[in-house]
Design a protein around this ligand. Structure first.
Ligand SMILES: [Zn+2]
Length: 563
């Protein structure tokens, strides 16, 4: 309990009050007066870089000179874990500001299935409003209805209604999962423009962002420069019928909007909109701390379309670093005292074609026989059990993850289908593990070092009985679940139980803080309790699945909240 005056001052600089001072315990000589810094940050800036694996961060951190360079002077956790198995955008974004794993937040995947649902595809999109008849899984009415826990911004608003909770991204699910149910402003990209929630008008800042995007698309833009350090990554690799590895994002006149979306310029547009909202809403200037969530999606779009180890991702890392620098500089210029958290929703992995050339000869693409339609057809061939005319026997989003049996198949017939499904998948050479819903439901929620969890425990952390599949399949390491790649569109992905998809950086920074690096594993569910402590938000024990991380590099502890 005994703490020095210096450590108390460090604690105060991080935003906590100094509870022990009044009790007169500190007997050290009086130090120089503390700088007149406000006790708590006025703005929490939560940044998510979609698909920024710890591997990419490690590969590029020595080259950063912009926003990342600043964050590297703060608290650096290079081994943050999205500890669950469903390493996708929606679950990943849902852990960051709720402190809840998908098993509790209910966000078990980007898409899951409810075979009893009236709609034909039985598919549920994670951030849609199922109660709105206009919503479909492919064209959702965007909402946080399916998120079962509150976000940090919502908890702060509950504590002080003056807090504003704002989120921007290229992806609606990132906005919804970081912002939550009560968002003061939320914008995402749809088609060729930023849009917002049904029934809301675009703010002037969003209108300006859309005007700028239209102008850019009409006018075009030159290729982006590859920094010298991209070096040998600038090399063509054949994937399917095309090549990747040398693209430079030149934007022709009147380009298709997707050429803007799948480029570093998408992050630039998102950052511009965020800065516009800071001005328009005077974020960080009200009486209560505000939350601004900025999820930058370009790294993910580029990773999927072009892979992670070519010149394209190298250019993106340089542009991202610059875009982050621009965002931080804009907040500095407005004299806002802000606390930054940067992390990622999941990691990623390169295309197997390049992995094979670069010392991973075993990398492969998933066998089409593992697709739910193919598995269902094979089960029907073996058992003569079929779904009603025109319906699939099995529902699922790809050659792994959750698989659901058609709702018309019940009782012992369903058991037979599941047993046949277990036989087919467990005996497949690309499959690492297969579990039934009953097996996962009977597994305790994991704890301890996420690096050491079993595959079953990883699956358990994103399992929820009412939403998860009847059977869950995990593929072997370095099996890419895209059987047929399309270069420039979809060649590489994430979503696996392996650490290249689970491990992400977690970086915290505030002006004046003393930095440190902690290489031991932490979790993205630790972020919300950590931020809550720094801003002095008091919550009941058990509000979070994670733990508060002490951001004080010295003997003080930023997790000791004001009493
Ligand atoms: Zn993705």
């Amino acid at each position: 309990m005994r703490r020095t005056v210096l450590s108390l001052l460090a604690t105060a600089a991080l935003g906590l009050s100094a509870p022990a001072l009044a009790q007169g315990q500190a007997a050290a000589p009086a130090p120089a007066p503390a700088p007149a810094e406000p006790a708590r940050p006025q703005l929490v800036l939560a940044v998510s870089i979609d698909q920024l694996s710890s591997d990419l961060f490690a590969q590029y951190r020595e080259h950063f000179t912009g926003g990342f360079a600043r964050l590297l002077t703060g608290a650096v956790f290079p081994s943050g874990f999205q500890s669950h198995a469903a390493t996708e955008t929606c679950p990943g974004h849902s852990t960051m500001l709720t402190g809840a794993r998908p098993a509790r937040s209910g966000i078990i995947a980007n898409n899951w299935f409810n075979p009893s649902l009236a709609r034909a595809d039985k598919r549920v999109y994670c951030s849609e409003d199922l109660s709105d008849p206009a919503s479909t899984s492919g064209n959702p009415v965007v909402s946080a209805n399916l998120l079962k826990v509150p976000t940090l911004g919502e908890l702060m608003k509950a504590a002080n209604p003056a807090t504003r909770n704002v989120a921007v991204s290229a992806k609606d699910r990132a906005v919804v999962m970081m912002g939550g149910h009560k968002i003061d402003a939320g914008y995402w990209w749809k088609g060729s423009a930023f849009t917002t929630f049904k029934g809301r008008e675009l703010a002037p800042a969003a209108v300006r962002a859309n005007t700028a995007a239209s102008a850019l698309l009409a006018k075009g833009a030159p290729a982006l420069k590859a920094p010298a350090w991209c070096g040998s990554r600038d090399r063509a690799v054949t994937v399917g019928t095309g090549t990747v590895g040398t693209y430079r994002f030149a934007l022709p006149k009147n380009a298709k909007p997707d050429m803007l979306r799948i480029s570093p310029r998408m992050d630039g547009a998102t950052v511009d909109l965020a800065i516009g909202l800071v001005d328009e809403m005077k974020l960080g200037k009200g009486g209560a701390p505000d939350v601004l969530s900025v999820s930058l999606s370009a790294s993910d779009y580029i990773g999927h379309a072009l892979g992670t180890e070519g010149v394209e991702m190298c250019i993106q890392m340089a542009e991202l670093d610059a875009n982050l620098g621009r965002l931080f500089a804009a907040l500095d210029k407005r004299k806002i005292d802000y606390l930054v958290l940067l992390t990622a929703d999941h990691g990623g992995h390169d295309a197997p074609e390049r992995l094979r050339e670069q010392a991973m000869p075993g990398a492969s693409r998933a066998d089409k026989a593992l697709m739910p339609a193919a598995l269902g057809a094979e089960i029907t061939r073996r058992t003569l059990i079929a779904a009603p005319q025109g319906q699939p026997l099995l529902y699922g989003d790809g050659p792994f993850g959750d698989i659901y049996v058609n709702a018309a198949i019940t009782g012992p017939t369903k058991t037979r289908v599941i047993n046949e499904l277990l036989n087919l998948t467990r005996n497949h050479p690309q499959v690492a593990a297969v579990f039934t819903a009953a097996e996962l439901a009977a597994t305790p929620l994991p704890s301890g070092n996420p690096q050491d969890w079993t595959i079953k425990e990883r699956l358990r952390a994103s399992f929820m009985a009412e939403r998860s599949g009847d059977v869950l399949v995990a593929l072997n390491r370095a099996v890419t679940p895209i059987p047929e790649p399309v270069a420039g569109a979809f060649i590489a992905t994430h979503g696996s139980v392996w650490d290249y998809d689970r491990r992400v950086p977690m970086l915290f920074w505030r002006k004046g803080m003393t930095g440190f690096e902690q290489p031991n594993p932490v979790e993205t569910v630790d972020i919300a309790p950590t931020l809550a402590s720094v801003i002095g938000l008091r919550l009941d024990d058990g509000a979070f699945d994670g733990r508060c991380l002490d951001l004080d590099a010295g003997a003080g502890n930023s997790c000791e909240r004001a009493k």
